[in-house]
Design a protein around this ligand. Structure first.
Ligand code: SF4
Ligand code: SF4
Length: 512
């Protein structure tokens, strides 16, 4: 690279301040609704209650790190069931692929936390400092009382929003009302204060100061999504074949009455498509396209770009420029949709009159594949949650030695039986051995001592969400054993008959 090129292209480009103007229209209304609903879900969810009985927390959504549980309404996930969380993450990822391949960057434009919080921060900014022109004036004004109180108020509210965001986040990890009480009395764990501090800072910085920079430079998603979109994905498109040549003066080209979307294209347009370009017929150059060059589409853009420059990585498909331009078109009496959601293929077909304008561009192989994977993962998770056991039995055979020969010649094996009650209520289980000589002698014990003599039935009470261990010694007459390792079953059953689990064990004779 020559010196002059290096000078003209600095490696770091300072942020250009943006002052997005408030947009009005259907997409702006939709974004208000989505912003309200997603923020409400985030802030209100920790306070929702869900009755799980007296032995489990009643917070509807709770990540209980201390007890290693995740509660989501009626679902309780144990650490050994983390594959369910993995399945949900796969569903979220594939769902995002599906939405992106059909709707383009709908996630970025409407539901991404960065978009939602920036919208909230911008709302506060407009409320305190005014709309675009007032904010530009204020930004250029020297520091005075007016600028000082507005800036202080704005940053103060931003910090409070950041604090509420961090505060709400930690409430997902403990009983929300108790944790709030602990937090205000400075009785909470220091990790909670650290988490709140970090999230307050990041929310304030990303939402207030770095806004579009997060999307353009920090987030990997814009790069990844390019692999998921194609010419049949919806994207926000400026119909240059209709809008150009832009200008405030001159009469707009008239479309045939039966097709307002057909291009009125000049032969000097780059690439020269459209009927005039193809036929080379004379064109009235005093006429212009539909774009009156008001610049409103760029003024409302939260990313500070101009959609008329073409498809750009920075465009998050928020559609606010569509709202802005539709408003302008209505005022100047031209058909709406100069900027619109469209696929690149459809846009090209409309512009050139060649090819097919697809009514259902989402019907494609990739969208079906994504939907299939998403549905299969969802069904698998539902089936697992519906059919899973709430009792788990694990048996560890004593290893050293595996078998003991008693003085009377009988052989004894020792086992540790682990019984896990995965229900949030106490349960009573019976334990039995099947497949060995019925005359075998079975001793069972807990830490408190022997609890079952041979010939007695054995039941064990286990508390809600608890694991209990039982020591088991089985003594067998060796003449009843046909193999060096005789298979048998250890059966644990809920005494109410609702559930039982069988562990396939081996009785070792000690002879090989
Ligand atoms: S160009 Fe339009 S759709 Fe893209 S970010 Fe800007 S306002 Fe949103
Ligand atoms: S809002 Fe519409 S008319 Fe105004 S500059 Fe943008 S594209 Fe042109």
């Amino acid at each position: 690279m020559s010196d002059s090129t290096a000078e003209s292209q600095p490696l770091y480009e300072a942020r250009k301040k943006t002052f997005p103007k408030r947009a009005h229209g259907r997409f702006r209304t939709l974004k208000w609704w989505i912003m309200g609903v997603t923020l409400a879900i985030y802030y209100v969810t920790p306070f929702l209650r869900w009755d799980r009985g007296p032995f489990a927390p009643d917070q509807a959504v709770l990540i209980d790190l201390a007890n290693r549980r995740f509660y989501f309404f009626f679902v309780e996930i144990w650490p050994q069931e983390l594959f369910v969380i993995a399945g949900l993450l796969i569903m979220a990822g594939v769902g995002l692929f599906l939405i992106t391949s059909v709707l383009g960057r709908a996630w970025c434009g409407y539901t991404c936390p960065q978009t939602v919080w920036v919208d909230l921060f911008l709302m506060v900014e407009r409320w305190v400092e005014g709309d675009r022109n007032a904010r530009i004036r204020l930004d250029r004004a020297p520091l005075g009382f007016d600028k000082l109180w507005r800036r202080t108020t704005k940053h103060g509210i931003w910090l409070l929003i950041g604090l509420a965001t961090g505060g709400a986040w930690v409430l997902y990890f403990a009983d929300a009302p108790s944790l709030i009480d602990d937090l205000v009395h400075f009785d909470a764990a220091y990790q909670a204060y650290v988490a709140i501090g970090v999230l307050t800072f990041t929310t304030y910085t990303f939402g207030g100061h770095m806004r579009e920079q997060v999307c353009i430079y920090m987030c990997p998603w814009p790069r990844i999504q390019s692999a998921m979109t194609d010419e049949n994905s919806l994207t926000v498109t400026y119909r240059d074949w209709r809008g150009e040549p832009r200008g405030k003066k001159g009469k707009p080209f008239e479309a045939p009455p039966d097709d307002a979307m057909r291009p009125r294209v000049l032969p000097d347009l780059a690439g020269g498509f459209g009927p005039a370009a193809q036929t080379g017929e004379a064109v009235d150059t005093s006429r212009r396209g539909d774009c009156v060059d008001c610049g409103l589409c760029a003024a409302v853009c939260p990313m500070g770009i101009d959609i008329r420059d073409g498809q750009q990585l920075a465009c998050i498909s928020c559609a606010l420029c569509i709202d802005a331009c539709d408003g302008v078109m209505a005022k100047v009496g031209r058909p709406q949709g100069l900027i619109a959601y469209d696929t690149l293929n459809n846009d090209k077909a409309r512009a050139t009159g060649e090819g097919r304008v697809r009514t259902y561009p989402w019907i494609r192989v990739r969208t079906f594949v994504y939907a299939l994977i998403w549905g299969a993962a969802g069904l698998a998770i539902l089936a697992y949650l519906g059919l899973r056991d709430r009792l788990d039995v694990n048996v560890i055979h004593d290893r050293n030695p595996v078998a003991v020969t008693l003085s009377d010649g009988r052989i004894r094996n020792g086992f540790t039986v682990k019984i896990l009650n995965m229900m949030p209520e106490p349960r009573t289980f019976s334990l039995s051995v099947e497949g060995l000589d019925p005359a075998s002698e079975i001793w069972l014990g807990r830490e408190s001592g022997i609890v079952r003599q041979p010939g007695e039935a054995f039941t064990i009470d286990i508390g809600p969400d608890r694991l209990e261990q039982v020591r088991m010694f089985i003594t067998v007459d060796p003449t009843t054993l046909s193999e060096a390792a005789t298979p048998f079953e250890i059966r644990v059953s809920d005494v109410d008959g609702s559930e039982s689990d069988v562990y396939d064990a081996l009785f070792e004779s000690g002879r090989h």
